[in-house]
Design a protein around this ligand. Structure first.
Ligand SMILES: *Cc1c(COP(=O)(O)O)cnc(C)c1O
Length: 367
């Protein structure tokens, strides 16, 4: 049996007819950039996020960059980021000339440990970027309190957690200006690159719209030095179709995770995902930890099962960040996660016999 880490087949099959219609509508419209499809998707996504405004952009990295710019984060400012995240979170901070200041994760949820944030706040700190990593909501109540009492802006990086909630409130709706990605592999994936910014503030929304389109609201007149980071009409039309099915797909992910949670309990030294009681987890990634990680990956691979590591090297140890001078051991929790984590196949439509095969194979590795 071959079980790939990820397959889009089910999602695409379910949506195919709707996608074709949307595709044809855009092709025939003769209007491909910033038109009705983008506005219509933005309205739908703002609504989905329980906020007033959504601004479609080219990708998730740009979404964070533009959010930071709109909030006035600039050269030499410091921005608190998780030590355990995908590097995009850090790169966005660097892109505006600011300095990423890492904070270790909670050892159980793997999300930023909010109780360690205040230690890292200095006179230069301007913002915090919490990441709802792997699909689990961060501890947002406490994080927003800390931000407020220190006069900091919050940009949620919601790239991995579409539809997750903290105390019943959807992620991507807490921060001042929030960012998400619709990279194909995300829970809400486009058919190419795409991203979105969400906010409740009209001023920030307007600024983001300016920045994504060359700093211009009236063609050929430029108010600020913007960039070209627009969401395509085509991606917007396709994403709108996907949004209708997100709840169904998310429930399927949760169901599969629940089966893994039961069936892999007490298997070897495996540490299963831990979900905080106020959080929900939408399982963008089903990540387990084991001291025998490399052996397990090889064993699964030999039996035809795909896995991934999220992520093998934390940002502070990447060559790209050698300028910050961090060494091995500086963020031991993030480093330990990187050394021991492995992500198992989980996606909407993963066949039941595949799921069972993964479970049986993982178990047999430890026997
Ligand atoms: C995917 C991802 C991004 C970046 O999104 P892109 O659309 O690939 O630019 C940012 N942050 C996190 C946590 C991500 O997983």
């Amino acid at each position: 049996m071959k079980v790939p880490y990820l397959s889009f087949d089910h999602q695409t099959n379910v949506l195919k007819e709707n996608l074709k219609k949307a595709f044809e509508r855009v092709i025939d419209s003769g209007w491909y950039i910033l038109g009705e499809e983008v506005s219509s998707f933005e309205e739908a996504y703002a609504n989905f996020s329980s906020l007033n405004y959504a601004v479609g952009v080219a990708n998730g990295l740009d979404a964070i960059i533009i959010a930071l710019k709109a909030l006035g984060i600039k050269v030499c400012d410091e921005v608190i980021v998780p030590s355990n995240t995908y590097i995009a979170t850090w790169l966005a901070v660097s892109a505006v000339g600011a300095i990423p200041v890492p904070v270790e994760p909670d050892a159980k949820t793997y999300n930023i440990d909010v109780e360690r944030i205040e230690d890292k706040i200095t006179a230069k700190t301007k913002a915090i970027i919490p990441v709802h990593l792997y699909g689990q909501a961060c501890s947002m109540t406490r994080l927003m309190e800390i931000a407020e009492s220190n006069g900091l802006k919050v940009v949620e990086d919601n790239a991995q957690a579409h539809m997750a909630t903290w105390k019943g409130k959807i992620t991507g709706s807490f921060g001042h200006v929030n960012a998400t990605s619709f990279y194909p592999g995300k829970n809400m994936g486009a058919f190419g690159d795409a991203g979105c910014i969400t906010t409740n503030d009209q001023g920030w929304s307007d600024t983001c719209k300016l920045i994504r389109n060359y700093g211009s609201s009236v063609k050929y007149y430029n108010q600020v030095k913007g960039m070209n980071s627009r969401l395509d009409e085509l991606q917007a039309a396709l994403l709108k179709e996907k949004l209708f099915f997100l709840e169904e797909f998310t429930n399927d992910r949760k169901k599969q995770a629940a089966i893994y949670n039961v069936e892999l309990k007490n298997t070897g030294d495996i540490i299963l995902p831990y979900v905080e009681s106020d959080a929900t987890h939408v399982y963008h990634i089903y990540l387990i930890r084991t001291q025998q990680r490399d052996g397990l990956i090889k064993y699964l691979n030999d039996k035809g099962i795909g896995t991934l590591i999220h992520y093998p090297l934390p940002p502070h140890l990447q060559e790209a960040y050698k300028e910050l001078g961090y060494l091995q051991g500086d963020f031991p929790i993030a480093e330990e996660i990187a050394k021991t984590c492995v992500s198992l196949p989980l996606y909407p439509g993963l066949p039941k016999d595949h799921l069972n095969y993964v479970i049986d194979t993982v178990r047999s590795f430890y026997q």
